[in-house]
Write a protein that binds this ligand. Structure first.
Ligand SMILES: Cc1cc2nc3c(=O)[nH]c(=O)nc-3n(C[C@H](O)[C@H](O)[C@H](O)COP(=O)(O)OP(=O)(O)OC[C@H]3O[C@@H](n4cnc5c(N)ncnc54)[C@H](O)[C@@H]3O)c2cc1C
Length: 391
C-alpha cells in the first residue's frame, strides 16, 4: 500500500489550496478527486467569485480574506495566471430590507469589520449610488457600502494554478478516482478508493457537497446542500457601462424579497453577458440528486423578480446558466476541525456560500496545522463544539 504523510480528499477550492501549501512545505502529499478539477459538479465553478475584505459574516473571517488576497497575488507572480481582479464592491442595504445575506446584520457587521481592520471604504447614500453607479435602481432609503480593494476571483483558474504548482512541488495528484471510505486509528489513516488503498498520517476531508456522505452521521447532519443557479444575461445598450473598470461586484439586500441579488461586471466583453444570481434555500438536495437543468420558467422568474426591477440595462435574454451547490451549516459558518473519531482526520467545509475568497488562506492554515502543529490564523471559531460535537 502506498504511504503518504497526508492525503487531501477533494481538490476543489480548499483541497487544491491545501495540497499546494503542503507540497510547498516538501510534505509527501497525495490529492485525490473523483473528477478532474476544475469541474462543474461541485461548488467552485461559474467563472467568478466575489472577494471582499471586511467580512459581514463575522470578524473572524477578515484575516483569512486579507491573507488570501496576498496568496492570490503571490500565485499570479509565480505563474502567468490572472486570478484576482479588483474592481470594487458595492453592498446595498436598508432598514426596510427583507432579505438576509447569510447572517443577521450583514451590512452593519461589514461596516464594523471595515472599521476594526482599517479597510478603506465609503458609505454612500442613494443619490450618490445613482450618480456613481447608474445601473442600480435604488430606492431613496437604501444605502451603500463601497470597498475599493474588493473584486472577484476566477475560481477555475485558482484551482488549476494551485494544482499545477502542487504537482511541480512534488505532490501526487490522482484525478477521476473516487474515495469510498476512510478508516482512522490513533496511529494512521487508511483511505480506500475505487482504484486502490493508501495509508497516511493525516487526512484532510475537503469534499464539499459530498462531505455528508463521508464523515459519519453525527457530522453529516450539520450540513444541508442547496442547489443554486447562476445566470448570464445579455446587456442592453452601452456594454462599457458594465465593464470591470466601471461596474463593481455587488451584493444587494433587497426590500420586499425573500433573498437578495448579487452580480459581477461583464468580464467577457459585450458578448459575454453579465452574471447575476440570487440564493435559494427552498428545499435541500444532495450532490447526487441535484437537478442540473435550469428551466425556462426559472430564467423568466429570475429576470422578472430579481433583475428587471433593480438593474438598468440588462436584457431578458439569458446567454447561459449553471447550477452549483451550497453546503450550509445551521449558523452559516465554516466547519474546520478534527474529526471526533480521530485527531488524524480534519474535516474542512468552508462553504455556506461564502468560502471561496478565504480558501487560499485556509489551505495555508491547514498545511501549517499539519506540519507545524498550529496555524498562524486562528481557525478555532470554525469548531464542531459549537454544534455540541466534541472533536
Ligand atoms: C453558486 C455559488 C456562488 C458562490 N459565490 C461565492 C462568492 O461569490 N464568494 C465566495 O467567497 N464564495 C462563494 N461561494 C462559495 C464557494 O464557492 C465555496 O465555499 C467553495 O467553492 C467550496 O469549496 P470546497 O473545496 O469545499 O468544495 P468543491 O470546490 O466543490 O470541492 C470538493 C471536491 O471534492 C471532490 N470529492 C467529493 N467527494 C469525493 C470523493 N468521494 N472522492 C474523491 N473526490 C471527492 C469533488 O469532486 C470536488 O472536486 C459560492 C458557491 C456557489 C455554489
Amino acid at each position: 500500500m502506498d504511504q503518504f504523510d497526508t492525503i487531501v480528499l477533494g481538490l476543489g477550492a480548499v483541497g487544491s489550496a491545501a495540497v499546494y501549501q503542503l507540497a510547498a512545505r516538501k510534505h509527501n502529499v497525495l490529492g485525490i478527486d473523483q473528477f478532474s478539477p476544475p469541474h462543474t459538479y461541485g461548488s467552485s465553478h461559474g467563472d467568478t467569485r466575489v472577494t471582499r475584505l471586511a467580512i459581514g459574516e463575522g470578524a473572524q473571517y477578515t484575516p483569512l480574506a486579507l491573507r488570501s488576497q496576498e496568496i492570490w497575488r503571490d500565485l499570479e507572480k509565480r505563474t502567468d495566471a490572472s486570478l484576482l481582479t479588483i474592481d470594487g464592491l458595492l453592498i446595498i442595504s436598508s432598514a426596510a430590507k427583507t432579505s438576509i445575506t447569510h447572517v443577521d446584520n450583514f451590512f452593519a457587521n461589514t461596516l464594523a469589520a471595515a472599521e476594526q481592520f482599517g479597510i478603506d471604504h465609503e458609505v454612500l447614500d442613494a443619490p450618490e449610488i445613482r450618480r456613481r453607479f447608474p445601473a442600480f435602481n435604488v430606492a431613496d432609503d437604501e444605502v451603500g457600502y463601497f470597498e475599493r480593494d474588493a473584486g472577484f476571483l476566477r475560481p477555475e483558474e485558482c484551482i488549476r494554478t494551485q494544482l499545477a504548482l502542487a504537482q511541480q512541488g512534488g505532490a501526487t495528484i490522482h484525478r477521476d478516482e473516487k474515495v469510498l471510505r476512510f478508516d482512522a486509528s490513533d496511529s494512521a489513516v487508511t483511505v480506500t478508493t475505487d482504484q486502490g488503498m493508501y495509508a497516511c498520517g493525516h487526512l484532510i476531508v475537503a469534499a464539499g457537497a459530498w462531505l455528508p456522505q463521508l464523515v459519519g452521521r453525527d457530522i453529516a447532519k450539520l450540513f444541508s446542500v442547496y442547489r443554486q443557479v447562476l445566470y448570464w444575461f445579455d446587456i442592453q445598450g452601452d456594454a462599457s457601462a458594465f465593464a470591470p473598470q466601471r461596474f463593481p461586484v455587488f451584493i444587494w439586500e433587497l426590500q420586499e424579497k425573500p433573498q437578495g441579488v448579487y452580480g459581477f461586471p461583464a468580464i467577457d466583453g459585450p458578448d459575454g453577458g453579465i452574471k447575476i444570481a440570487t440564493e435559494t434555500y427552498g428545499s435541500t438536495t444532495t450532490s447526487e440528486t441535484a437537478d442540473r437543468r435550469v428551466l425556462p420558467e426559472e430564467i423568466a422568474a429570475m429576470y422578472r423578480d430579481y433583475v428587471a426591477p433593480y438593474i438598468v440595462g440588462v436584457a431578458s435574454r439569458c446567454r447561459r446558466t449553471a447550477t452549483c451547490l451550497y453546503t450550509v451549516t445551521p449558523d452559516f459558518g465554516f466547519v474546520i476541525d478534527r474529526h471526533p473519531q480521530s485527531k488524524r482526520v480534519i474535516v474542512a467545509s468552508p462553504c455556506s456560500g461564502h468560502g471561496f475568497k478565504h480558501s487560499a488562506a485556509i489551505g495555508e492554515a491547514l498545511a501549517q496545522w499539519i506540519v507545524d502543529g498550529r496555524s498562524h490564523i486562528d481557525l478555532g471559531s470554525f469548531n464542531l463544539r459549537r454544534f455540541r460535537i466534541d472533536s
